[in-house]
Design a protein around this ligand. Structure first.
Ligand code: KG4
Ligand code: ZN
Length: 335
């Protein structure tokens, strides 16, 4: 089965073709830059950019693979959570195209896409595993038992990890989206010159990052503005987030008894987090799986993959419905 994937939940237009036997055939991503000058995503601009990009991206993907629309067996689109207008663009194109071609379309949960993204890699996990999903909107520890069986063991009580990266980057005067820029600055810094708090680290599986954000903003205010100090603050912040994520993830591994950890979502692209976890996995005897960095952040390949798994089981979406808010715990396995 050949599935076209369409991701338009935020500010990236992601298109991909996934084949159930041959794997990922092709993928394209268009990252909107129009939001940079506003320091954050402007929903209306995001929707308009998706309108301009979705169809040309699908056409160039098909042309690249020398395929026609008639070669597609099913379409997967992100149905939520995300920006309602942006989601509607992808959903409308998917539904319209599927209707015209007489093939099924399926609305995919964006976070299910993220947590299944490592399945696109050569070394992949097998169910059950623990997922640490760290994106711009979510920080979740998920007991992942099967396709559609997701139990949330821990989550952020306030800011998501990616959001904390973005807000701290803004305080440091870095461009939007701040996470990757902050990571570059942190790589030049000294990690232990400043000590920032690691909220809730000594107990439970929930996260809290707003206290860390306040502490870092106070530190920035009272520190000199020289380049070295800025890099040291970035490194101290990055280290505080990484330490917290690692402690909670290893605690959840111990509680579940699982020995496979999946790290997904945009913050999962962070090189220092990946290096630290790989080292720890080695010394503690568990396995850690990541999607390649470009599949940690939003992309169409993960949506095509997740949708394909559900379409193969005969599931499809009858209504054109998107959900800006959609708890992952509401998902069910395909019938
Ligand atoms: O998964 P994603 O692309 O979109 C959402 O579903 O939210 O995640 C985006 C988030 C942003 O907050 C971005 O700053 C962060 O992931 N991010 C990073 C890195 N790359 C992206 N954070 C830290 N280090 C990175 N290398
Ligand atoms: Zn995402």
């Amino acid at each position: 089965m050949q599935v076209l994937g369409i991701e338009t939940s935020c500010d990236e237009t992601g298109i991909a073709l996934y084949h159930s036997e041959k794997g990922l055939l092709a993928h394209h991503i268009f990252s909107q830059v129009s939001h940079e000058e506003y320091g954050g995503v402007v929903p209306e601009l995001a929707s308009r950019d998706h309108v301009h990009k979705v169809i040309p991206l699908i056409q160039s993907l098909l042309a690249e693979k020398k395929l026609n629309a008639a070669d597609i067996d099913g379409i997967a689109y992100t149905a939520g959570p995300g920006l309602a207008g942006a989601l509607l663009v992808g959903a409308t194109v998917a539904k319209g195209l599927a209707f015209a071609l007489g093939i099924p379309a399926i609305g995919v949960h964006h976070l299910e896409g993220h947590l299944l993204a490592p399945m696109l890699e050569e070394t992949k996990p097998s169910f059950p595993f623990l997922t640490l999903l760290v994106s711009g909107g979510h920080t979740l520890l998920i007991k992942t038992t099967a396709l559609g069986e997701y139990e949330i063991l821990g989550e952020s009580l306030d800011d998501a990890a990616g959001e904390a990266f973005d807000k701290t980057a803004k305080l440091l005067g870095l461009p939007y989206p701040g996470g990757p820029h902050l990571a570059v600055l942190a790589s030049k810094g000294e990690r232990h010159r400043f000590k920032l708090p690691r909220p809730l680290i000594d107990r439970g599986l929930d996260f809290s990052f707003s206290g860390l954000k306040t502490a870092v903003s106070q530190l920035i205010e009272k520190s000199p503005r020289d380049e070295k100090t800025q890099a040291d603050i970035a490194a101290a912040f990055e280290q505080a987030v990484i330490d917290t994520l690692i402690v909670k993830a290893t605690r959840a591994l111990a509680i579940t008894g699982f020995n496979q950890l999946v790290v997904a979502g945009g913050v999962g692209a962070n090189q220092h987090l990946r290096q630290s976890l790989t080292q720890l996995a080695h010394s503690q005897g568990f396995q850690v799986f990541y999607p390649r960095p470009s599949f940690c952040t939003d992309n169409g390949a993960m949506i095509a993959y997740a949708g394909c798994q559900r379409l193969l089981k005969g599931e499809k979406s009858h209504e054109l419905q998107v959900r800006a808010r959609w708890p992952l715990s509401e998902l069910r396995p395909p019938l």
